[in-house]
Design a protein around this ligand. Sequence first.
Ligand SMILES: [Zn+2]
Length: 144
Amino acid sequence: MSSNAPSTQETPTPDTPTQDASTQATHQGGCHCARIRFTATLPDALTSTQLTDCNCSICVKNGYHFLYLPNSSVTFIRGEHEAKKYFFHKQRIAHYFCAECGTSVWAESVDPEFYAGWKALNVRAFDDVDMSVLKFEKVDGKSH
Ligand SMILES: [Zn+2]
């Protein structure tokens, strides 16, 4: 038998409530006019979560700071199916925004071989978010 060293992988196990939920953090968010509303459960506190600070064309235009979560950690209260989708370049990522107020709320892949089952939430859409205390990781999306 192999010895099972404690796993350090960061992928949350879907639908399995963990006994130690002390580091989990649940946030509500949505677009500016509140037609889109969601709840997101993070494995760690938002302030200790690395968010993207990407220089690619869409991230700069939309002010995206993405937080990646499995679909099971994001629950839409309303508006998921009313959101407009924008595609460009390889057409494999749907960028969702509110048709009413224009807030860029999230993005997700439509390519089953590219980040299937994950959502990229724009942390700017979280309620009462204090951008000044968050941690960002520079991503050079422009060159890719
Ligand atoms: Zn809206």
